[in-house]
Structure formats: structure tokens, C-alpha cells
Design a protein. Structure first.
Length: 313
């Protein structure tokens, strides 16, 4: 049976506008095996996992488990776990890190504030501080959700780690199994599909220098999917690859067609027409899918730079 990622690649399904959406990512180290629903089917206390899911619901915070690349026989309960929080909205981007001996501490976080970009509870509850290390590369490797993530993601994570790239972690779920290997680069929150080691190394170097690599980019998690596609289209049209200078400031319309306004930090604006289409022919959206699907795709139909006199329209 063909793997979903192989079929998606062979059909040249576009990756733009397919990133998971989250204004803030909260990452908790959890070694050992992961199940389909990682927060409740790993060796993390499932009651804690359910409580964290409930606390994050509707706040813009997306919680994921992370582990170091390598073998994942259960080493027992880790004495000290790494925790990261990253806010990805341009102009307010931050990445902070902490450690904890008791993951139940995370229930003391103010999830609504984290989702809005306020990191104070991360400091008071966990002693979190600004992350001073390299940008993070989170490689989805959860084969219990989709075998492509394990078969393609784990070798990529291992290759990056073996080549000396720091900040590499395996992560439980980034969405879009058929684009495996999928990678999220923090702090700016850009996701990549069909990722290769050289692209991720370039993306990490770019993040360190404050630039965005658009090759293989699925979009910035801060935006909904039409906005993701629109922002990437403006980057290409304007030749603007600096991180943090483009924001989605308006989205009019509804599926299957939107008019998205993208604004530059210097005041320039573009109006981008985005249409939702269906990826044909039908294909497996994941390796475990019982039926074939036609996943939605975001097609950019037009990018129009607005004149200064039109900025208020």
C-alpha cells in the first residue's frame, strides 16, 4: 500500500497554507513511547494530560510533547523535564524555556494570557527565562498517529542531531501527515513540509538571523490557513524574507474565497485573493484513513499592492 506522504508528493500537492494554527506553543519533555493522543496515551499521567487539554482549549495555546532524537525505550520518569513556550505573532515573538520536576506545575499557567502573548505566568510558575540557545527544530515523529511521521521524521531528526544541529527535538503532532517529514521552527513558528536536512538547516540559520526560508514552507502558525498562504505569497512577490515584518491584519469572506490584507511593519499593504480548492484526484489523507479524501488546498489567485490612498479601504 502506498504511503500517504508518497502519494501527496507524487501528486505535487501544495504545502502552502497547511500549517497547524497556534499563537503560542507549549512544549513538555516526555521521553518514552507516544500513543495516538500523546497527552493522554503516553507515559504522562493521562489525568494531567486531560487537564492540560482542557486548560488550553480556546486559548490559542497548542500543547505538544517533545523528546530528544534517538531510541525511545522508556527510561522511567525523568528527574528534570525541559519546557518551552513560544509566542509566534509577528512583532511580539518570544521563546522562553524552563525546567520542571513536576509537570503538574503546568496547570498553574495562565493559558489565556500565554495565548495572547503574555509570558509572565511562565516566569512565575516555572521560573521561565528567555531562551538563549539556538532556534528549535521540532520534527514530528509520532508513528502511532501516522507511520509516515515515524518512517520519514525519525531519520530526519537523527540526521540533524548527528550533524551537530542543536535545538532538535522530536514532537508528537504538527498536523498534515501526508507532508511528512514535517518540522516546526521556533521562535517564529514557521512549519515545513517534505522537509530535508539542508532546508531545515537553512531555516534554522535564517531564524537565528531573523529571516524566513520560504522553500517548503507550510506557513506561520500565528495565522489561519488563508492568512498563511497570503503571507507567503506576499513574501515571494515583494522579495521580503525578514521575520516579524509581515502581519495578517484582515480577512474578509468565507470559504471558499477570502480577501486577505497583509501589512508590512513600514505601512505597506497588499490584498491577496485566496481560494479554497480540493486536491484531486482523491488520495489518502493519512496512512490510517479508511477512505480516500480530497484535502482542502489554499490557492493564491492574486496579490495586489495597495496604493497609499487605498490603505484605509
Amino acid at each position: 500500500m502506498s504511503r500517504c506522504a508518497t502519494v501527496s508528493r507524487s501528486l505535487d500537492e501544495p504545502v502552502s497554507g497547511t500549517a497547524a494554527t497556534a499563537t503560542t506553543w507549549l512544549l513538555l519533555e516526555q521521553p518514552g513511547p507516544w500513543g495516538v493522543q500523546a497527552l493522554t496515551s503516553s507515559h504522562l499521567d493521562p489525568a494531567l494530560g486531560r487537564a492540560l487539554e482542557a486548560a488550553a482549549e480556546g486559548t490559542g495555546v497548542r500543547i505538544a510533547l517533545i523528546r530528544r532524537p534517538g531510541r525511545h525505550a522508556d527510561p522511567g520518569r525523568p528527574a528534570l523535564r525541559q519546557v518551552y513556550a513560544a509566542h509566534t505573532v509577528p512583532g511580539r515573538v518570544w521563546l522562553r524555556s524552563a525546567t520542571t520536576r513536576d509537570p503538574r506545575q503546568l496547570l498553574g499557567l495562565d493559558f489565556a494570557a500565554l495565548g495572547a502573548g503574555d509570558h509572565r505566568s511562565f516566569a512565575t510558575v516555572l521560573g521561565g527565562r528567555p531562551h538563549r540557545g539556538d532556534p528549535l527544530a521540532l520534527v514530528c515523529t509520532n508513528g502511532k498517529r501516522d507511520r509516515c511521521c515515524a518512517l520519514l521524521g525519525r531519520p530526519l531528526a537523527a540526521e540533524l542531531a548527528a550533524s551537530g544541529v542543536r535545538g532538535v527535538w522530536e514532537v508528537t503532532h504538527l498536523g498534515g501527515h501526508r507532508f511528512a517529514p514535517t518540522v516546526l521552527v521556533l521562535p517564529y513558528g514557521y512549519a515545513y513540509g517534505r522537509a530535508e536536512a539542508h532546508t531545515i538547516k537553512e531555516a534554522l540559520h535564517g531564524a537565528q538571523e531573523g529571516h524566513v526560508v520560504v522553500e517548503g514552507c507550510r506557513g506561520c502558525s500565528a495565522w489561519e490557513r488563508p492568512g498563511q498562504a497570503a503571507e507567503l505569497a506576499v513574501r515571494t512577490a515583494a522579495g521580503e524574507y525578514r521575520a516579524g515584518v509581515l502581519s495578517v491584519v484582515g480577512t474578509e469572506g468565507a470559504a471558499p474565497r477570502w480577501e486577505v490584507t497583509v501589512q508590512h511593519a513600514d505601512g505597506r499593504r497588499w490584498r491577496v485573493t485566496v481560494a479554497q480548492g480540493a486536491s484531486l484526484p482523491p488520495r489518502p489523507e493519512s496512512c490510517g484513513a479508511a477512505v480516500l479524501g480530497t484535502p482542502a488546498r489554499m490557492d493564491v489567485l492574486a496579490v495586489r499592492k495597495l496604493r497609499p490612498t487605498a490603505l484605509a479601504s
